[in-house]
Write a protein that binds this ligand. Structure first.
Ligand SMILES: NC(=O)c1ccc[n+]([C@@H]2O[C@H](COP(=O)([O-])OP(=O)(O)OC[C@H]3O[C@@H](n4cnc5c(N)ncnc54)[C@H](O)[C@@H]3O)[C@@H](O)[C@H]2O)c1
Length: 433
């Protein structure tokens, strides 16, 4: 099957390379010429485990190609996936310009019946807008479907190969047949296709992200109560998570959620609901709780140093919005850094993958170091914001010997307070006594 994928970001590239690996003939298109040039020479523009090998194998087998011309990708394709960004507009709504531009370019490029599928996260009703835009320019029949993406950055290749579910929103049985055929190899052992109407599929994506984010905000708020009453959020998390009705995922209190999806998707769903005079109070509260939570680590550091960080050097461990990615969009680390700098601190930082992106955004305003211990050298405190594996078990004696004063702020509750305190550190976690 010939497949076109429009947009070569985290979603587009994983989708394109993933479908190619299942034997389809895929052309990915992007308006960013530099990105396409890099992809053609085998360079992956961001860090995603396993993706480099997947792209290399499938380009070598000539099942995966890259172009800047939508017409080249769409000609002869049975499916055209739209996987471009839907960033937040200033009012919180999803900016659909990239999606509608891509839809128009696909419409102009059609050479026969094609199923145009939005993989981007789009507000309810976008399917109709895509249909209108395509209809205005198309000279061939087409169908519009929704197939929202649920991959997790950091584990995206596995998510593509073994998705928990594939949500397909269709109004046209022919479109469903084509999508079933595309996903046949992936759902061979277990048909995880959830077929529904386009509008429900569009909302399923937002509902999922809002539910996951709400769980995190719930635990974060609870962790603040724990701190006031001397309870331990980690014990509570385990006690709650053992209930199969609750489950143990997404119950970690911490420095708040960030990334390119949760914050913007919550804002967008709230915006959609407001447009229909519907109150989504729970989601609004999850957003507010997260805004507060992202400031918590900075507030703890400030409280420890009595509000004055002049002359202090603070090391930030982990800069990406979560481990196993180099994505820093809305990363809590950015909020902490800004707070500490405003209070007069000098910041050193370390992240296994995100430092080039941090450098591009913050320039030389923070000192980026080759490893965690170099970042901690001469520091008055270390603040762990992102729990990369390599940061979970620091050599405590070595760490203490390089720091100016042994103070640790554990923004993800990954260290043992007892062990760390026994080694002579002052320890602050989230919601722990
Ligand atoms: N990143 C994730 O973890 C994730 C997971 C699930 C869903 N999503 C959703 O998927 C969508 C894409 O996210 P992403 O993180 O991959 O985005 P991204 O910002 O990493 O990449 C988007 C790409 O689209 C390209 N593009 C923009 N307009 C184009 C056009 N008209 N034609 C061709 N290319 C164009 C851009 O140059 C860019 O390379 C968003 O709606 C996002 O919410 C993202």
């Amino acid at each position: 099957m010939r497949i076109a994928v429009v947009g070569t970001g985290y979603v587009g590239l994983v989708t394109g390379a993933g479908f190619a690996d299942f034997g389809h003939d895929v052309t990915c298109v992007d308006i960013d010429e530099t990105r396409v040039q890099k992809l053609r020479t085998g360079e992956v523009p961001f860090y995603e485990p396993g993706l480099h090998d997947l792209i290399k194998r499938n380009t070598t087998l000539e099942r995966l190609r890259f172009t800047t011309k939508t017409a080249e990708a769409v000609a002869g394709a049975q499916i055209a996936f739209i996987a471009v960004g839907t960033p937040s507009s200033p009012d919180g709504s999803a900016n659909l310009q990239y999606v509608l531009d891509a839809a128009k370019a696909i419409g102009e490029a059609l050479t026969g019946f094609t199923v145009i599928v939005t993989k981007s996260t789009v507000p309810v009703g976008t399917g109709d807008k895509v249909r209108e835009v395509v209809k205005a320019v198309a000279k061939h029949p087409f169908a519009v479907a929704s197939n929202p993406e649920f991959l997790k950055e950091g584990d995206a290749v596995n998510d593509f190969r073994k998705p928990a579910r594939i949500v397909v929103g269709v109004d046209d049985p022919k479109a469903l047949d084509v999508l079933r055929e595309a996903y046949r190899g992936i759902v061979r052992t277990n048909d995880r296709l959830h077929v529904m109407d386009v509008r429900s599929a569009e909302i399923t994506k937002y509902a999922s992200n809002c539910m996951l984010a709400t769980r995190i905000s719930f635990m974060n708020e609870l962790s603040r109560l724990c701190e006031m009453v001397g309870a331990d959020i980690e014990a509570i998390r385990k006690g709650m998570g053992a209930d199969p009705r609750i489950g143990n995922k997404f119950l970690f209190a911490g420095a708040g959620f960030g990334g390119s999806c949760f914050p913007k998707d919550l804002r967008a769903l709230v915006n959609t609901a407001q447009g229909h005079d519907v109150a989504l109070g729970v989601v609004e509260a999850a957003v507010r709780a997260n805004e507060r939570q992202k400031k918590l680590l900075g507030e703890k550091v400030l409280a420890h140093f009595h509000g004055n960080l002049n002359g202090k050097r603070i090391a930030i461990w982990g800069l990406a919005f979560k481990p196993e990615t180099d994505d820093i969009r809305e990363s809590p680390a950015l909020v902490t850094i800004e707070q500490l700098q405003k209070a007069g601190a000098t910041i050193s930082g370390y992240d296994p993958e995100a430092m080039p992106n941090i450098k591009a955004q913050l320039g030389t305003t923070i000192e980026l170091c080759k490893d965690a211990y170099t970042a901690a050298s001469g520091a008055d405190a270390v603040v762990l914001v992102t729990e990369w594996h390599e940061l979970r078990n620091p050599e405590l004696n070595r760490l203490k010997s390089v720091m100016k004063s042994p103070v640790l702020f554990d923004g993800r509750n990954v260290w043992s307070p007892e062990e760390v305190r026994a080694a002579g550190f002052t320890y602050y976690g989230i919601g722990r006594p």
